[in-house]
Design a protein around this ligand. Structure first.
Ligand SMILES: *Cc1c(COP(=O)(O)O)cnc(C)c1O
Length: 428
């Protein structure tokens, strides 16, 4: 059973000030979980979690994570800028990009972020772009083939655009070393949203063996190994979540088995989790505004795929709790829809739910990662506000909702802009 972190009574208070729809985040949950991550890896001296900023680029949330010790994993100019704005710099920022524009390497170098190269050709591109090879450098690995665990194939690295082959890594490390690199890292992201404690330990085993081989063949001093993201969460109520303490222990065993005997007991473990750090601690709160009875039963809500794209994009399951009806029987079957002119704009399809009346608040679970941040503006729909439920129970607005003015802002190069502003003013 999945339990909302707010009650109906709390939401009824909040909507007096901040109308639905909005994403709301649970500060307490974020902090407790981040601390559990640090506990799980406390055996490793240099451990750091670089929160994947793309999962939720709100600076207030970044600040909270930073207060627990997290750094930031960025893959674009604006993510780098945000990380810099909340005070992170140098080794606190990992730049794990791909197909990277030159100006992003320039800015990453300017703020001294650790650069994680996605491709062999980026060695030359980086050197040409920033005029040197940084002393600390990381390379992303792609082993090809399929990534398999005891319960079957988890993902398909051979089809993924990311990373370098092993031969490219060996050659790349030699070249980087010649050009002045002193501290090396390796990185790999081989499976997404894994709901098994085996993923990190198995990935770590592969990367640790690779690190030993790279050290032997190139003489490079490997100072960190980045397990990247991919640790999942139980979106469905019958799924069992990952146990981060078990995962940390599993990585520790591999470390003692492979790295320590090779004399590599100074290697820091890095992670770049997004989903695991934030998804369960966010929710999209939306109000039922219509019901429709045709060949199926529909509930129309005031949010749409613009606010949460995962169901439309991947058919992803997001659990829904009707606030105030937590214990009511699930004796109705609904499609819960948004208002986009796209039939995939559905938060749930044929979902068993309690009877929903207009005005009910739906708590759509697990939107803290890849939720707001994946949003877009299709149909000219505007993105929602973000709220923070603080540890003391108060609520803070951490991003206002978009207005038509925001939506039209980039038309300011056209004369119609004045007319639009006039219409906006008249509608106020
Ligand atoms: C998306 C991404 C992550 C985070 O992935 P999660 O599945 O949210 O943990 C980490 N590193 C890189 C390079 C990514 O692209």
């Amino acid at each position: 059973m999945k339990k909302p972190f707010v009650t109906k009574a709390q939401i009824e208070e909040i909507v007096k000030k901040y109308p639905t729809p909005f994403h709301i985040y649970d500060e307490k949950g974020i902090i407790e979980n981040a601390k559990a991550v640090y506990d799980a890896f406390s055996w490793n001296k240099g451990f750091r979690e670089y929160f994947a900023v793309k999962a939720n680029p709100n600076p207030v949330l970044l600040d909270i994570l930073r207060s627990v010790g997290c750094g930031f994993d960025c893959s674009s100019m604006t993510e780098l800028m945000l990380s810099s704005a909340v005070g992170a710099s140098g080794e606190e920022i990992m730049f794990s990009s791909n197909d990277t524009p030159a100006e992003e390497f320039v800015y990453a170098d300017k703020i001294n972020a650790i650069i994680n190269l996605d491709d062999f050709t980026h060695i030359e591109f980086l050197e040409k772009t920033i005029g040197k090879i940084p002393e600390t450098i990381s390379c992303r690995y792609n082993p090809g083939g399929v990534f398999q665990m005891s319960n079957g194939i988890m993902d398909n690295p051979g089809d993924a655009k990311y990373g370098m082959t092993k031969d490219q890594l060996i050659e790349g490390f030699k070249i980087l070393k010649e050009k002045g690199a002193k501290r090396f890292g390796i990185h790999a992201f081989l499976a997404s949203n894994t709901v098994t404690n085996e993923y990190y330990p198995q990935l770590a085993g592969q990367l640790f063996e690779l690190a030993v081989e790279l050290k032997e063949k190139t003489g490079a001093h490997i100072t960190f190994i980045n397990l990247s993201g991919g640790v999942g969460i139980p979106y469905k109520p019958d799924q069992k979540g990952n146990d981060i303490a078990e995962i940390g222990k599993g990585v520790h065993e591999q470390y003692d088995k492979i790295l320590v005997p090779a004399g590599m007991d100074d290697v820091a473990i890095y992670t770049e989790m997004g989903r695991f750090m934030m998804a369960p601690y966010g929710a999209l709160v939306t109000k039922a505004i219509h019901e429709k009875h045709i060949y199926k039963e529909y509930i129309g809500v005031d949010a749409c795929a613009v606010n949460l794209m995962r169901p439309a994009m991947y058919g992803a399951y997001h659990h829904i709790t009707v606030l105030g009806k937590e214990n009511a029987p699930l004796d109705h079957v609904y499609d819960v829809t948004g208002s986009l002119c796209e039939n995939n704009d559905k938060f749930a399809i044929e979902r068993s739910l309690p009877e929903i009346e207009k005005g009910d608040y739906l708590f759509i679970h697990d939107t803290g990662a890849h939720g707001y941040s994946m949003g877009y503006n299709y149909n000219g729909k505007l993105k929602s506000a973000e709220l923070l439920l603080k540890q003391d129970g108060s609520v803070e607005l951490i991003r206002r909702a978009e207005t038509p003015k925001d939506y039209f802002a980039t038309l300011d190069c056209l004369s119609v802009s004045a007319k639009l502003n006039k219409i906006i003013d008249e509608e106020k």
